[in-house]
Ligand binder design. Sequence first.
Ligand code: UFG
Length: 326
Amino acid sequence: MILVTGGAGYIGSHLVKLLLKKGKEVVIFDSLETGHTETVEILKKYGKLKFVQGNLKNLDEIRGAFLVNKIDAVVHFAAFSQVAESVSNPQKYYYNNIYGTLNLLNAMLEFDVKKMVFSSTAAVYGEPEYIPIDENHPQNPINPYGNTKLMIERILKDYDKAYGFKSVSLRYFNAVGADSDAEIGEWHEPETHLIPNILNADSEKTFKMFGTDYDTKDGTCVRDYINVEDLALAHIRALEYLNNGGQTDCFNLGTSEGNSVKEVFNICEKVKGVTIPLEVFPARAGDPAVLLAENKKAKRILNWQPEKDLEYSVKTAYNYTISNKH
Ligand code: UFG
């Protein structure tokens, strides 16, 4: 049985759906602070799924999940993940992301579960020193959110040396899209991410484009947009890697192709078939000009590669927004 913390959230729910479709038994542990009970209800129809509403900050709650279930491995998504909020309220991020993870690790060691796939981020690198970013790029996060993820990666390495605890840290670049059935998708409150903000813009709520004088091909930021179902598949490959005796390691998950904010905007207009109202705003603090993954290591070692292009991701995100009016 696989425990998925944060399984009611955006990326976690896509993994749970895939695991269930592959016949795996899954326990979701989620506080529902940012995840959604509606998502859990949808996932239940795909197989053997248990849901535990609990908070990792409460050791007894996470211990309880191990006490009553035979857990073989953990995929750990549960975390707060808004970069700007982490700057204004670091306490919330350090307390939740670090303390919560320490409790999860306590429970795992107590119940002798020593395999984890950890949801990390490109934010562990900070401002890029070279592009594309490989896994050996210096790690200098520029916000508390990135700091929490880097600290956890380091904790996991120490736990391996001391306790033989094996983990894979997956450093996502920009996760986008929704599942192909338009049942689950990106649902953040408030929404800060690019594609949902473009698709949800209308005459009352225009899309705000942050920064048009970056040193890039068209002046807007370039990012590496990776489809959420492709991301989910990488977690399956990481679990297989650990089951086959793989060593603790980290992998970038991206396409190695960059798209500018203007290009993403144009694809969204094409998919939606309307003119989307747009206003140009100053650059957002802390947004690097270009973030691009070197993804060869995941291809080589995890036998994973992205299959879905950006236009497909935008189409699925759009289908999700029209069939789910939250
Ligand atoms: N953007 C806009 N308008 C919006 C939202 C975003 O112009 O309404 C721009 C941003 O300025 C940025 C690009 O679109 O240039 C992408 O922004 P997102 O907020 O969608 O994503 P980020 O690249 O800021 O953040 C992502 C993840 C974070 C992670 C980070 C790694 O969402 O969790 O990559 O650096 F930390």
